[in-house]
Design a binder for this molecule. Structure first.
Ligand code: ZN
Length: 407
């Protein structure tokens, strides 16, 4: 089995953190100077390993091993959410890099290799999974032309030019080259920690259904309009959220999650009855049956609210993401690797968050492995994982890679 160097894994991760340090985490938005520095660091490490390393025209970093045997593609992303954690993304990149080194040093795996990728913009500063979708040939130049940074408004084309990437070709991965893609990631939830487990073998990545629900009432004076004749869109919205909370537990699976992420009342003044209210609502599950049940239930609530009045309600679906299953052979290899190192330390579990692997899975077999997040915290600078868990996960990842390479 390939043997990882624990000190090197931790040093690499801490180096990436220092390149973008913010409090105890990082601030590394896509194509920021900090992000570009981390991409160049990775390219340098891949060069040093003897991989053919390149940063392509959308900011994907690739390292291709010049060998003829079986190959696995491994990696994740380098950029972060604004003012966020140090492990979300870099953990999976460093695991793949370390597995590539360990596989190269293992005589039992001569001729085999782990190619490494850091997909661009998984965190969605400029769009939806632009790097991994570009890598499987699913991003058009027109989409890049139209993309802008959600925080600064900078066009993606301009940011690519500033980073020195303008005009470079975009690389589409050759799926036939690989046994598949393996992505490691922090769990970003508390399931592993709560259950005293060390490794999550991901079974599927949830599908998300997102809706904009709009309530139309009558805007009027908050002092002179009698309560009995009001058509208050804000009240209708609040009642609707309550109705969801009453209904969804009856329809949900044990892992369903649902969220009203934004409520807007218009015009939004203290002395004006809201004439219009809008809520952004989503739910996620790995089970298509549950998703269908919840959507039907939501549509029933809209119909009921419309028939009861006094406001009218409309529903617009803004996203219909399907759950993506992880490949059984990848689940089996990861589970066997974890069990061989520490029996009973792993569990199979879904991913409640989206990841690049869900897109790469369209092109080749894909799998994911989770390590614990302390307190289940992520997308915040206090995000962390113990050194011991980081190192253990790296060894499980390398062993899983070896099992997949041996076939
Ligand atoms: Zn991530």
């Amino acid at each position: 089995m390939p043997t990882i160097d624990p000190g090197r894994v931790l040093r690499d991760l801490r180096h990436l953190k220092e390149l973008a340090a913010y409090k105890t985490g990082v601030h590394r938005p896509s194509l920021s100077p900090q992000h570009v520095a981390s991409m160049e660091w990775l390219k340098g490490e891949l060069d040093a390993l003897g991989h053919e390393a390149t940063i392509d025209g959308i900011g994907n970093v690739f390292g291709f091993a010049p060998v003829n045997g079986r190959k696995l593609l491994g990696g994740s992303h380098l950029e972060s959410q604004n003012h966020a954690g140090w492990l979300d993304g870099p953990l999976g990149v460093v695991y793949a890099l370390e597995a590539a080194r360990a596989v190269k040093a293992d005589p039992e795996l001569a001729g085999c290799a782990v190619d490494v990728v850091a997909w661009f913009d998984e965190e969605g500063h400029f769009g939806q999974f632009l790097g991994s979708r570009s890598g499987i040939g699913k991003v058009t130049d027109a989409e890049i032309d139209a993309a802008t940074d959600r925080t600064t408004g900078t066009p993606l084309r301009e940011a690519l030019r500033s980073a020195g990437l303008e005009g470079r070709p975009r690389i589409t991965v050759d799926a036939k080259r690989y046994v598949g893609f393996l992505e490691a990631h922090i769990e970003q939830g508390d399931w592993l920690e709560t259950n005293g487990l060390k490794i999550g073998v991901v079974t599927a990545i949830v599908g998300s259904r997102n809706f904009r629900i709009t309530f139309e009432g009558t805007q009027n004076h908050a002092g002179t309009t009698r309560m009995a004749i009001r058509r208050d869109a804000g009240v209708a919205c609040a009642r609707f959220i309550n109705a969801i909370e009453a209904l969804f537990p009856k329809l949900a699976s044990s892992r369903t999650v649902w969220t009203t992420g934004r409520v807007t009342l218009l015009p939004g003044d203290p002395s004006v009855i809201p004439g219009r209210a809008e809520m952004l609502f989503q739910f996620r599950d790995t089970d298509v049956g549950a998703l269908e049940r919840l959507e039907a239930g939501l549509r029933d609530l809209v119909a009921k609210a419309n028939s009861e009045g006094p406001c009218s309600v409309s529903l617009e679906q803004v996203r219909k993401g399907m759950p993506v299953q992880m490949h059984p052979a990848f689940q089996a290899a990861t589970e066997a690797a974890a069990a061989a190192l520490r029996p009973g330390c792993a569990t199979r579990m879904p991913s409640g968050a989206g990841h690049d692997a869900q897109y790469v899975a369209e092109a080749m077999p894909a799998g994911m492995v989770f390590v614990p997040s302390i307190g289940g915290i992520s997308h915040h600078w206090t995000e962390n994982t113990t050194d011991e868990d980081i190192v253990f996960g790296a060894q499980v990842y390398a062993d899983a890679a070896a099992r997949l390479l041996k076939g």
